[in-house]
Design a protein around this ligand. Sequence first.
Ligand code: MLT
Length: 277
Amino acid sequence: MTDTAVLALHVYRDGAPASLPIVLLHGFPLDHRMWDDVAPMLAGPGAVLAPDLPGLGASPSAEACGAALGRDDEPSLETSADAVAATLHARGIDRAIVVGLSMGGYVALAMLERHQGLVAGVGLLDTRSEADDESVVSHRLQIVSTVMLEHSLDAVAGMRTTLLGATSQVTRPELAGRLGEWIADQVPTGVAWSELAMATRPDRTEMLRAFTGPALVMVGEEDTAAPFPAARQMAEALRDVELVVVPQAGHLTAIENPASVAAGLNRLMARCAALVR
Ligand code: MLT
């Protein structure tokens, strides 16, 4: 493996060597900056780390990551999971609390499947463990073809508002501006690859049934993209879980209500720390 599988990693905080790091995986079509408000509120001695997923932010292209990992050309979240694991191993980390929001949650689930030993605890925010139905897959394929044909991000630019909950859309219009900037910074090929990778992901509910560590499932009360029933289904499959509904937030809880998200993650970290003591 060459080091092109190592992702750009934002270190919000260097941790004490013996403590568990927390790894924050971002949603689509964004990068690690979506954790900027949550990260400073995280307590405890562990490192706070957030990679940019393959092809997004400052990371290498997804194709380069796949090639470096010896994976075939097909976009898949397995490549993203392997690249996150390679990035952590390159930093000497072999155990961490893995937290993902939406697409980041799909990657966290793929890590549970492929790198279970790495995952000490898991946080699944505004995400789902089931695969997409046909209509969602067909919508994704439409976006991929538009992004590639136009070589532009116009097809996903509207997500700057649609990902936000109704309350944020009305009371915090500046959030859409912030999201719009982050989306505009992405590379069309990375966005298309990520969308295709999401379209082909399998149902990973069984990974939750097999996981015995501490888990947190969070969902914005106004999330229409991965609403409460998807969160409840994941929580029902987990053994040691806290299920939290985040008030006045839509799909991007970490941006819309960072204090509630940080409080939930702090409880998850405390539960994980109690187990390793
Ligand atoms: C995200 O926020 O990462 C996306 O909504 C994920 C998806 O399209 O399923």
